[in-house]
Design a protein around this ligand. Sequence first.
Ligand code: T5A
Ligand code: NA
Length: 207
Amino acid sequence: MVARRGKLIVFEGCDRSGKSTQCAKLTDRLRKEGHKAELLKFPDRTTSIGLIINNYLANKEDQSDEVIHLLFSANRWECMQKMTNLLLGGNNLVIDRYAYSGIAYSAAKGMDLNWCRQPDVGLIKPDKVIYMTLSENKASERADFGEERYEKKEFQAKVEKIFEQLHDPSYWQVVNGDGSIDEVHQDIFSAVSEVLSADCGPLQKLW
Ligand code: T5A
Ligand code: NA
């Protein structure tokens, strides 16, 4: 018998909304409940492309807007074979940021939204996007804000606007990240439980 494919769950949202915290918690919970689950993150700073991205984000190296956009996308493409194999092998994938961040952060700089979409056309389409929001006063309470390139209040507001344009209610779920870590986890876990038990059919491609 062929194993049922795993589901692709993507976390998106502005900086410090709690994505990494919730991705780790969800992956743990899924494993405890007997599901196969793997956690991946973009940018994957461990590859040679990821290293260039890391230097760019840490303000150690400059790149043109077009080049860094294409490198973020290439960093996803270099992971597609691995993701396909894991999903077809029955593993659920929890992904910390994906193509939507790619588009939102570049378009927030004023780049053309349609141009920004093109390099990610054909990536595996998520079964569910958990889009995390955070109110302004909660965001300023959270640690480390302001160290990396994009961590400025006005810029984050622009990013949020683009995410709102990309929002597709057919597979996005908005989760308010203002609550405690456990409260937010409960909301996410119920949304994800529905997807895990649904028959989502074969893997699909983005856009
Ligand atoms: N980017 C990314 C692009 O421009 N193009 C792309 O294609 C991609 C993929 C790095 C940057 O790259 C840009 C977007 C980013 O600017 P990153 O590595 O994902 O992306 O960024 P990080 O800095 O790792 O993560 P974030 O800033 O996005 O934070 P998270 O993951 O949303 O938040 P998290 O979980 O780390 O939590 C932040 C702090 O808040 C606390 C945590 O303990 C932590 O201290 N916290 C809470 N405190 C109270 N209550 C809660 N419920 C809390 N949840 C978390
Ligand atoms: Na993160």
